[in-house]
Design a protein around this ligand. Structure first.
Ligand SMILES: NC(=O)c1ccc[n+]([C@@H]2O[C@H](COP(=O)([O-])OP(=O)(O)OC[C@H]3O[C@@H](n4cnc5c(N)ncnc54)[C@H](O)[C@@H]3O)[C@@H](O)[C@H]2O)c1
Length: 256
């Protein structure tokens, strides 16, 4: 699917990997709706990039908030062809630690944003896509891209909730691709390794250096635009479907 003149919803678009994808897709000529909790950053990026980029303050885990933003996006741009789900977060808590057992609310919070939030946005975006005319020669109506993490496969100590949430995203990728196949909607998941997003800006140089040394090749953290480039590839290559693609410099995470 050509990205130019298509409409993309990008959750988590106010920072990191989502922001890089907003910038790359905007550069190709897409119309973009950023769905994010961070109103200050999200509106600033939309303002900077011009009228083809709009911002909606959205909690991806909240049904009404997402439905309202989906409706507003269709009202502004008339369609949704691409849905990139980057909104996500994590915590670092051991199953049993110094303060006792992992608080269940903290576990549920991460699952709610990363897994249920991803499903919530994609189901409502897919509903819109399903009613539109095809835009590719294969009858393609839409492309959905989710974001997992290598922690889904090699979760480290303290990552029970985060790894479970991302494992869930990987697990639902194929069944959703199957559910939506007849509607002409492709579904894939990007599985990033260690990418230099704002998360690492506050980390001491030494920490970044030692993490970089654990990457197989090249020995550095990934760049957000390398993930955005993969998102572009997934949209543009109509034969990519039902897949989870690692982009991680060959890293295999150790227990800690
Ligand atoms: N950076 C990495 O190394 C890395 C590695 C593997 C996976 N990931 C995943 O990639 C995605 C993006 O990560 P990032 O590093 O760009 O993070 P980031 O913190 O820079 O950006 C995440 C964005 O999501 C938004 N967000 C959080 N909760 C939200 C909610 N409930 N509703 C709407 N927006 C919400 C935040 O406001 C923020 O703008 C996440 O899902 C993360 O788990 C990142």
């Amino acid at each position: 699917m050509d990205i130019k003149n298509k409409v993309a919803v990008i959750t988590g678009g106010a920072s990191g990997l989502g922001e890089a994808t907003v910038r790359r897709f905007a550069g190709i000529g897409a119309k973009i709706a950023i769905f994010d909790m961070n109103e200050e950053r999200g509106s600033a990026i939309a303002k900077e990039l011009g009228t083809d980029v709009i911002f909606h303050k959205v909690d991806v885990a909240d049904e009404e908030s997402v439905q309202a933003a989906i409706d507003a996006t269709v009202a502004t741009f008339g369609a949704i062809h691409i849905c990139c789900n980057y909104a996500g977060l994590g915590n670092a808590i051991k199953t049993v630690g110094k303060d006792g057992a992992f608080p269940l609310d903290a576990f549920k919070f991460v699952i709610n944003v990363n897994l249920i939030g991803t499903f919530n946005v994609l189901r409502l975006a897919a509903e819109v896509m399903s009613k539109q005319d095809p835009v590719t020669e294969d009858g393609g109506r839409g492309v959905i891209i989710n974001t997992a993490s290598v922690a889904a496969y090699e979760g480290q100590m303290g990552q029970a909730a985060y790894s479970a949430s991302k494992g869930g995203v990987i697990g639902m990728t194929l069944p959703i691709a199957r559910d939506l196949a007849q509607l002409g909607i492709r579904v894939n998941t990007i599985v990033p390794g260690l990418i230099h997003t704002p998360l690492f800006d506050s980390a001491p140089k030494k920490v970044v250096e030692s993490l970089s040394a654990t990457v197989l090749n090249p020995k550095r953290l990934g760049r957000p635009d390398e993930i955005a480039h993969l998102a572009q590839y997934i949209v543009e290559n109509d034969y990519t479907n039902g897949e989870c693609i690692r982009m991680d410099g060959g890293i295999r995470m150790q227990p800690r």
